[in-house]
Each structure stands twice: as structure tokens, then as C-alpha cells.
Ligand binder design. Structure first.
Ligand code: DAH
Length: 342
């Protein structure tokens, strides 16, 4: 009997397991209710009385040894990782688990491209606040108080302070820039804007614009045309044509809406251009002398042009996206399609 205990002890000491299956076999043989150790405990009654004490000590040693061994082997298996399940070792030749790559949001891609094109033309990037005083969003931009032109844009007002609005356009940054610095200005101002509109495929309560402002001596409409023409060719391809349609904005005179030739159907007619062959990309015009004067700039000395374009609009054209809501839903099936684009 003593021999048996010794034999199991040395077996235990030499034992090593490589898989969870082997560990389980070990548990059944040495730890479970039917283990060899339990059997030996059952044999206890057959041990002569004078040897009982010694046998008890030896048996307890065997039991403790088995338990320690179990602990040690299961933690070493865990350390090796779950890949060792079948092979018993970590297979370093297996390909690693790849990290999920993120992607740049299509609006950011579009904004970056716009910035890149204008920076090459010498424009710098200027930022401004989204929660804005009525003065910068409207009054200084030549929207007289109570003038119906304010209704062109459905405004979100801040309840606690009726003088504050969520800016309805990025044109507010024009004023902040001209008020604080001296001309010449050659800047673009990208950012988020808000309008109280029902959300649909074509309208949203927030979206993004890029404002442009060029003020210097002798700036004319031709400079606006050439700048926008160059932008359109860089953004949509060298065959892109532009056209200006007369329009109205309180802060520009004259004002124009800018269309580009439909680069999707190349004049054949499609849904994007609604079979007109032209798609609108921006509002623009010569900065109204009142706006310059509101900012302390002498309109006799300086003239300038300005434009404002919707980033969503450009992105929708560029990537042929037909629902504005996709930009803010964060559906990874949509976002993943821009993986790898910079
Ligand atoms: N702020 C106008 C809008 O949101 C867009 C715009 C038109 C901006 C003409 C301009 C401009 O700077 O000159 O509809």
C-alpha cells in the first residue's frame, strides 16, 4: 500500500500536460471522487492500526501534491493561450488576428480635399463659433432686423438667450475675421451649421459648409470665377465647366449661384443633374460694401468676393451618395466603404 502511494507521488512529480484534454484526464485520475487517491482512502480501513497514522500522513501528502499539480498545470495552460487547445503549443506560424482598421468619414475626406485645393491657391483656414450672436450670423451680414431675408434660413434660437443662435451658415466667420484683422484676406472657413428643417434624404437639421473670402484692392468678379473654376477642375476633373446664375444674398452684390457641369453623365442626362446637365455647388458674390463697412473696412479702397458651399453636397456628388442621412447615422457598412481613402 505504501508502495502504491510512493508510485503515484513520483508519477505526479514527473507529470506534464499539454492540452486541456490531458488536464481533464489528470483530474479524473488524481482528484475526482473515483480517483486513485480516493480509492487509497477507502483502503484505509485495511491498514493495520499501528501503521494508520503513517499511512494517513502519506496519503494526505499525495492528495495535496495532486491538488497543487492541478493548479500549476491549469494556470500554465492558460498562459499558453487558447490557441494551444488542439496542438498544446502556441503556433507562431499562424497569421495574427488583424486589428480592425478605421476609416476617415466621407465628409472629412471631402473637407480635407477642399482645404488642400484652396491652400494651394494661397488660402488659409479660419475657424469660428457654432453658437453665435445674432449680430455675426445676421445683422453684420446686412440682414436688417425683421427683414424677410432672415427667413431664408430656419434658425434655431437659444431659449435662454434670444440673442444667441446656432449659426445657420459659416458666413459668420467672415465677419469675425474682417473685424479682427486688416485686409488683405484670403481664407476659407469650414464648419458645421444648423437649420430647423425636417430631416429627409435631401435636408438635415445640421450640415457642413465651407465659406470662402477674398478681400484685397482691385478684386473683381473675374477673380471669383477663376478661383471657383480652378477649384471645380481640381475637385471634379479637368473637363468640368462652371456657370453662374444670378441670385440674391443680403451680404453680396451682385450675387450668384454656381453650377458645375454634371461630371456623372457628362451631358447625357441623369438623376443627379435631373436631366439639366448642371448641378449647384455654391452661393457666391461680391462682398456687399455694407458688410465691409460693418467690419471697419473702407469699401472705396477694398473689394472682395465670397462664396459658401455645402460639404455634403460636394461629397454626395463625388461619391454618388443619394441620402443625406447616411452621413450622420454612423452605419459602419456605409463608413467601411471609405476604408483606405485619404
Ligand atoms: N451663406 C449662404 C447660405 O448658407 C451661402 C453663401 C452665399 C455664402 C453667398 C457666401 C456667399 O459667402 O457670398 O446659403
Amino acid at each position: 500500500m505504501f508502495d502504491k502511494v510512493e508510485k503515484f507521488k513520483s508519477e505526479l512529480k514527473a507529470l506534464e500536460v499539454k492540452t486541456k484534454d490531458e488536464l481533464e484526464q489528470f483530474r479524473i485520475k488524481f482528484i475526482s471522487k473515483k480517483s486513485v487517491v480516493s480509492e487509497l482512502f477507502n483502503d484505509f480501513k485495511n491498514v493495520p492500526n499501528e501503521q494508520k497514522k503513517q499511512f494517513g500522513v502519506a496519503l494526505n501528502e499525495l492528495k495535496n501534491l495532486a491538488q497543487e499539480k492541478l493548479k500549476e498545470m491549469s494556470s500554465s495552460l492558460e498562459r499558453d493561450g487558447s490557441t494551444s487547445e488542439n496542438t498544446g503549443t502556441l503556433d507562431l506560424t499562424l497569421p495574427g488576428v488583424a486589428n480592425d482598421l478605421g476609416s476617415i468619414h466621407p465628409l472629412t475626406l471631402t473637407k480635407n480635399k477642399i482645404i488642400e485645393i484652396f491652400e494651394r491657391m494661397g488660402f488659409n483656414v479660419v475657424d469660428g463659433p457654432e453658437i453665435e450672436d445674432d449680430f455675426y450670423n445676421f445683422t453684420a451680414l446686412n440682414f436688417p432686423e425683421n427683414h424677410p431675408a432672415r427667413e431664408m434660413q430656419d434658425t434655431f434660437f437659444i431659449e435662454k438667450n434670444p440673442d444667441k443662435v446656432l449659426r445657420t451658415h459659416t458666413s459668420n466667420v467672415q465677419i469675425r475675421l474682417m473685424e479682427n484683422q486688416k485686409p488683405p484676406f484670403r481664407s476659407i472657413m469650414p464648419g458645421r451649421v444648423y437649420r430647423n428643417e425636417a430631416i429627409s434624404a435631401r435636408a438635415h437639421c445640421f450640415f457642413h459648409q465651407v465659406e470662402g473670402l477674398y478681400v484685397d484692392k482691385n478684386v473683381g468678379f473675374k477673380d471669383l470665377k477663376q478661383t471657383v473654376y480652378h477649384f471645380a477642375k481640381e475637385m471634379f476633373g479637368k473637363d468640368t465647366k462652371i456657370r453662374f446664375r444670378p441670385s440674391y444674398f443680403p451680404f453680396t452684390e451682385p450675387s450668384a449661384e454656381i453650377d458645375i457641369s454634371c461630371f456623372i453623365c457628362q451631358g447625357k442626362g441623369c438623376n443627379v443633374c435631373k436631366y439639366t446637365n448642371w448641378v449647384e455647388i455654391a452661393g457666391s458674390g461680391m462682398v456687399d460694401p455694407n458688410v465691409l463697412a460693418n467690419c471697419g473696412i473702407d469699401p472705396e479702397e477694398y473689394t472682395g468676393f465670397a462664396f459658401g458651399m455645402g460639404i455634403e453636397r460636394i461629397a454626395m456628388l463625388k461619391y454618388q451618395i443619394d441620402d443625406l442621412r447616411l452621413f450622420s447615422e454612423n452605419d459602419v457598412r456605409f463608413l467601411r466603404q471609405f476604408q483606405g481613402s485619404f
